[in-house]
Ligand binder design. Structure first.
Ligand code: 48H
Length: 261
């Protein structure tokens, strides 16, 4: 059979245009494909919610790949290990109550399980803005090719409607910061009413408070993962990941309640 270059081209363009069109109306848009975003997406998809994760890098996993000091292993505490076990990740008890996980296995299985549950994950897309509708509600995200941003090209983005947006952008808390910058008078339930900024490392407090503070911070906008610590001014925790998993699961539960109202 003769290979036809144009068939390769049209296959890709047809398939991805169709996939992208299908993502213009979502129940939930998750921004960031780190551990918290992938976990939130998996639980939402399992509950039959139409969910897509937008990730600006060409790879998923966020800060999970590198483990601690580039040793590709991360730690999960006893209470959180079930969330990894559910998706077939092997945990080794190396230090009473602390379990270690291969970070490559963790990224791969968090990603595969979210996709298998029905979540869409699109890489290479930067979320550069939000849609505000119905008064003052975050009602979607504004996306552009990450390459456009990197090349500093002046190219306009497009909008994606979503009933709920989850900011899973890690240390940056980029979606919360956009809302703060663009909506004068926007008030978050934090000590300053805005993004407070992450505090120095203290694993015990960071891990406890991230879960407690995972919530809707503005109508239609839920924060999860390290973005919670940045928004609420909580300590970072280093390479322990139970809080990220619990926070992602919690964000999914909150989003689910909002969608089902
Ligand atoms: C599209 C975006 C945008 C944008 C950012 O950093 P992450 O892994 O985030 P979490 O919160 O799921 O996990 C945090 C964890 O990895 C970590 O850093 C820990 C535990 N640190 C502890 C410590 O003490 O330092 O993933 C966030 C993802 C990344 O892949 C970004 O590329 C992506 O979000 N992202 N994608 N549009 N505007 N902003």
């Amino acid at each position: 059979m003769k290979l036809k270059d144009t068939k390769v081209t049209t296959s890709i363009i047809k398939r991805f245009s169709q996939d992208l069109l299908d993502l213009t109306e979502l129940d939930v848009a998750v921004v960031g494909a780190g551990p918290s975003g992938l976990t939130a997406a998996r639980y939402l998809a399992k509950a039959n919610v139409k969910v897509a994760v937008f990730e600006r890098n060409l790879h998923v996993g966020g800060g999970l790949w590198g483990g601690g000091i580039l040793f590709p292993r991360v730690v999960v505490q006893e209470s959180a290990k079930g969330i990894f076990e559910e998706i077939g990740i092997e945990l080794k008890s190396t230090n009473g109550g602390y379990y270690t996980v291969d970070s490559v296995e963790a990224v791969s299985k968090c990603t595969a399980s979210a996709i298998d549950a029905g979540a869409s994950i699109v890489v290479g897309f930067n979320v550069e803005d939000v849609l505000i509708r119905e008064g003052d509600r975050v009602s979607g995200v504004v996306i552009n090719w990450a390459a456009v941003e990197l090349a500093k090209l002046h190219v306009d983005p497009v909008g994606v409607r979503a009933k709920v947006v989850i900011d899973a952008t890690g240390h940056e808390a980029s979606i919360a910061r956009i809302v703060q910058r663009k909506i004068p008078g926007a008030k978050f339930p934090t000590s300053t009413g805005g993004v407070v900024g992450e505090k120095p490392m203290w694993a015990e407090v960071g891990e406890r408070e991230i879960v407690r503070n995972t919530r809707e911070i503005y109508p239609g906008l839920i924060v999860t993962g390290m973005a919670v610590n940045a928004v609420f001014g909580l300590p970072r925790m280093g390479p322990i990941f139970g809080g990220m998993l619990f926070s992602g699961k919690r964000a999914a539960e909150i989003a689910l309640k909002k969608i089902r109202i």
